[in-house]
Design a protein around this ligand. Structure first.
Ligand code: AMP
Ligand code: FE
Ligand code: FE
Ligand code: ZN
Length: 283
């Protein structure tokens, strides 16, 4: 049978509710042969996931998901087959995580101003005290847990979404900075979930042109939020710009409406192509 992979998976070191061990086990149950761990701004889950995967014959691809800013909007850039042991890289990620913590406190202050009193301790309880990467999904789940919103989505539309009253920007890299950060550790950079990009002022084609100029190497054609028509459109763009194709579920455990792990399965040949494009040496 053809081997398959899910190339976009979060753990509870960022904003999923699943531990790295649980992710590895769950992926096996879903019939996956390989998964990429792509937490926001942290690689702390990679070592435990690799350990957990050893006994159950599933490959863990080291990855990361960075946020970059374009014209007041944000895009996410995935990095694959990165050298996640690199000291300078780890230091940069730690800096991004520190900035995330300050930003989370600022969001809580803004919520307080609107009469919603949540403490940083409450947030850490949701995120896990050793959480490396604090994000809005943690705050959304806290709002839900405290009965302030009917669902996670409402937390974003009412309070913390990009144009909502308690939204606070986080430290963002330029696309080139994010791409270079991945390249500097031998990784392959890929534009994540292109569907979420705001295309009011620029077309995706124009944005891709700019990203290709900055050195982006791939595009996430398949994603839980993409329908068939959208995936075909992104695949066509991949062809036009000679970009690698990836796909993944973007599973956040129980952090979103449903557990998505394994809902998107891509052929293992995509993994091989990423490995070949990486400048790290993998056996
Ligand atoms: P952050 O990196 O802290 O800005 O948070 C980004 C996270 O929030 C990602 O995991 C997104 O998937 C999630 N997110 C952003 N907008 C929404 C939304 N409208 N509904 C649910 N999750 C969202
Ligand atoms: Fe997330
Ligand atoms: Fe993302
Ligand atoms: Zn993601």
């Amino acid at each position: 049978m053809q081997k398959v992979a899910d190339l976009h998976v979060h753990t509870n070191v960022s904003d999923s509710t699943f531990s790295p061990e649980k992710v590895a086990g769950y992926a096996k149950m879903q019939g996956l042969d390989a998964i990429a761990i792509t937490d926001h701004d942290t690689c702390a889950a990679i070592a435990p996931a690799i350990m957990a995967a050893k006994g159950i014959d599933i490959e863990i691809i080291p990855g990361v998901e960075l946020t970059a800013e374009i014209e007041d909007d944000e895009i996410h850039i995935l990095g694959y087959f990165i050298d996640w042991h690199d000291n300078l890289f780890i230091k940069k990620l730690e800096e991004l995580c520190r900035a995330r913590k300050e930003r989370a406190k600022e969001i809580l202050t803004r919520l307080n101003k609107q009469g919603i009193y949540l403490t940083y301790e409450d947030l850490l309880e949701i995120a896990g005290s050793d959480s490396g990467s604090l994000g809005r999904l943690h705050i959304a789940n806290l709002l839900y847990k405290k009965g302030k919103v009917a669902c996670v989505k409402e937390a974003f539309t009412k309070y913390i979404g990009n144009s909502s009253p308690a939204y606070v920007k986080k430290f963002k890299l330029s696309p080139k900075e994010a791409i270079d950060m991945i390249k500097d550790v031998g990784g392959v950079s890929v534009l994540a979930h292109p569907k979420t990009i705001n295309m009011e002022t620029k077309s995706l084609k124009d944005i891709l042109k700019m990203l290709v100029n900055d050195g982006i190497q791939g595009i996430e054609v398949y994603h839980s939020d993409h329908n068939n028509r959208e995936s075909s459109e992104f695949k066509k763009l991949a062809g036009e710009f000679s970009l690698l194709i990836t796909g993944g579920s973007d599973c956040h455990g129980l952090g979103k409406k449903e557990v998505l792990l394994g809902k998107v399965k891509v052929p293992y040949e995509y993994v091989e192509k990423l490995r070949q494009a990486s400048t790290n040496i993998y056996e």
